[in-house]
Design a protein around this ligand. Sequence first.
Ligand SMILES: CC(C)(COP(=O)(O)OP(=O)(O)OC[C@H]1O[C@@H](n2cnc3c(N)ncnc32)[C@H](O)[C@@H]1OP(=O)(O)O)[C@@H](O)C(=O)NCCC(=O)NCCS
Length: 279
Amino acid sequence: MQQLSSQDIDLWHVDLADADWDGLANVLDPDEAGRANSQQVLFGSQDFGRSRIALRCVLASYGDAAPAQLTFRRNAFGKPALVGQGPFFSLARSRRFALLAVASTPLGLDLEWVNEWVEEVHLMADLLLHTSERVALDMRAPNLRRQVDQAWVGKEAYLKWLGTGSRRPLWSFRITSAASGNLLTIEDSAYTDLPATYVYPVAVPEGFLSFLCSTIAEPRMRAYHALPGSCLAPDGRIAPGSIRPFAVSVSPSERPGIERAAAGPGDPGSSPCRLGCAE
Ligand SMILES: CC(C)(COP(=O)(O)OP(=O)(O)OC[C@H]1O[C@@H](n2cnc3c(N)ncnc32)[C@H](O)[C@@H]1OP(=O)(O)O)[C@@H](O)C(=O)NCCC(=O)NCCS
């Protein structure tokens, strides 16, 4: 069984192009199966169904229940959580890739494909950045697009942590360096009584960008591939040995921020991913 300490954040990579997930479709509940079927019929996409199958298999690996036995509830804005005991999680999909974060405290994870040419980067900055962030930004900086993308994905991660989703405009709050100078925090005047929340980059394949938001200031991140093959034992539970950690690192340059991102000791971009966890 997967164990989580209070500092651990597990990141699960899921290849949604892997058709072997479909063989485990009987773990889905009727609502999920209906949505998976609609997505398949309307858009020819299996991504929803496969990511939900993977979500169930991964979450079941942290407890005694079989994937099919897990039940979920949602808040008024759609944020899902496990009913009963179990870890917190956040799921994001982009293209044929899904990423799932699991921890013992609430999380928000966003993942975006950012490899396309965007001409309207100034318009993006207007939509995504707080006034003070725009003022601090050098609009002619060669990495302007990168900075805007990082603010975008970091803020979406925060909104997913908060649970409101994207109903809040992203320009209405800001990402800023924490007092220690080593982490990024959210400053959101609409929620002054929240605990401190931190935003950090997640290592993902080239072309994608991902950020995670949680209250854990110094997380220990572990990365895994969720693989459908031999995932379930005959009794419907997660098969021993089906969990495969792999090594991962994050470049310090992935750190978000508006020209504030000086890397340093304990920088979230360079240290929290636990290297050496490969098989
Ligand atoms: C949450 C939201 C930001 C997701 O953004 P996205 O880029 O389209 O999708 P992602 O791949 O990043 O994430 C999808 C997952 O986020 C999670 N999610 C959904 N709503 C969420 C919320 N309010 N907060 C946090 N996570 C949420 C779910 O796990 C979802 O997976 P699912 O489709 O299998 O259920 C966006 O859907 C949103 O703003 N939703 C709110 C809409 C709303 O207010 N609905 C109210 C009526 S339910």
